[in-house]
Write a protein that binds this ligand. Structure first.
Ligand code: PLP
Length: 399
């Protein structure tokens, strides 16, 4: 049996999304910006897809939603443009991010830090959550922007973006949120929250890879990262990725339609699976479920190296992860577990299972059996487990 439980890394393209994209490779391939009939075949479809994308995040017509090549580009764009507009010009000298942002934010922040910008890295608490008060405490009159993700890719922890947005408004500081892991899992509306910029990416909600977007509130438009032609209103030059945009439109429409299912059925599947995993002794989940996206479980198995567990899972046809796919080639401890202050042993033992609306009970039953066997096998050969009292030196508690 093959089981895919790494949906926070990427998702299968929904067959309806694929069907909608397909004609735009070989049959209708015109550049929508050209002035002939070939362009006319694609242009209206782009318009419809963009309407769906606006509706997907509840953006107003006057706001800008700009299609990029990925969320990494969107995140780079925001911080680098802020650097050019506010830091380099001396208007401001400080930005705030959380210490568990995706590498596309952390690495970009570190880059602009190396150019002289001050960066505050907000800590997470023992439950893996950001406290809104920490944003208030960090803001100074030189702060240009706060960038805090809507939901964390590793734990699924949902951060208090509504409160953070309000604080930013109060202090007149820009607010960006990386909503890559929130869309299609929990309701996301830029109208209800004070959000100036919002990043998202189609391949995380059953759309194609290589299509991201950046929402910019009216009046808060950023300097482009890619200069060139007048595509995307001049905000992002480069010939439009027609099939990709059409795919993102269909995918977000479907993700919104499936939201209730995700928040009820998928949540129930995840909860039952997690309950069963937690029956295995010495297992830990950090973030309480009520603060988590419905599809994600990051669980530590004391005494078991995460990569060893992945090996056993992989041999049984199961795809899971030890954390962010972007960091998985080096055998580093899970960064969120480290940020929480988990001891070395636990930080190296975290496995992420992320479900999707395609995940079935049968797949999870199978996975559970494989995990149980792997735990038994790996603990038997573990040099650390036998010596570890089944106590909780890390301060973590089993949920
Ligand atoms: N932000 C978060 C929270 C993510 O989880 C990811 C992907 O793992 C990204 C950004 C980057 O997305 P993309 O692959 O579209 O660059």
């Amino acid at each position: 049996m093959k089981v895919y439980l790494d949906n926070n890394a990427t998702t299968i393209v929904d067959p309806h999304v694929f069907a909608e994209m397909e004609p735009f490779f070989v049959q209708k391939y015109g550049n929508p910006n050209s002035l002939h009939a070939f362009a006319g075949e694609t242009h209206p479809h782009i318009k419809t897809a963009m309407e769906k994308i606006y509706a997907g995040i509840r953006a107003n017509r006057e706001d800008s939603v700009v299609i990029t090549s990925c969320a990494t580009e969107s995140n780079n764009w925001v911080l680098k443009s802020i650097y050019f507009e506010y830091i380099l010009t001396g208007r401001k000298n400080h930005i705030i991010i959380s210490e568990v942002e995706h590498p596309s934010i952390i690495a970009t922040a570190k880059f602009i830090e190396s150019l002289g910008c001050k960066v505050t890295y907000l800590p997470i608490n023992a439950e893996g959550l950001i406290e809104a008060q920490s944003v208030r405490d960090a803001i100074t009159d030189k702060t240009a922007i706060v960038s805090v993700m809507w939901a964390n890719n590793e734990t699924g922890a949902i951060f208090p973006v509504q409160e953070i947005g309000e604080i930013c408004k109060e202090y007149n500081v820009l607010f960006h949120t990386d909503a890559v892991q929130a869309i299609g899992k929990i309701p996301v509306s830029v109208q209800e929250f004070n959000v100036d910029y919002l990043t998202f990416s189609a391949h995380k909600f059953h759309g194609p890879k290589g299509v991201g977007a950046l929402y910019m509130k009216k009046g808060k438009e950023l300097t482009p990262l890619l200069h060139g032609g007048s595509q995307m209103g001049g905000y992002r030059s480069g010939t439009l990725n027609v099939p990709g945009i059409i795919g993102m439109g269909k995918a977000i429409e479907q993700a919104i339609d499936a939201l209730d299912f995700e928040m009820s059925e998928i949540r129930e599947l995840r909860d039952n699976f997690e309950d069963a995993l937690l029956e295995i002794p010495d297992t830990f989940v950090v973030t309480p479920r009520k603060y988590r996206t419905p599809n994600t479980t990051l669980i530590s198995f004391r005494g078991i190296e995460g990569e060893s567990m992945l090996w056993d899972l992989n041999r049984a046809g199961i795809g899971a992860s030890t954390g962010s796919a972007c960091a998985s080639e080096d055998l580093e401890a899970n960064s969120v577990m480290e940020a929480i202050g988990a001891d070395e042993d636990l930080a190296h033992t975290a496995i992420r299972f992320s479900l999707s609306r395609y995940t079935t009970q049968e797949e999870l039953d199978y996975t559970l059996e494989v995990v149980k066997k792997a735990v038994k096998r790996l603990r038997e050969i573990s040099s650390s487990y036998a010596y570890t009292p089944s106590g909780h030196q890390s301060g973590l508690t089993a949920h």
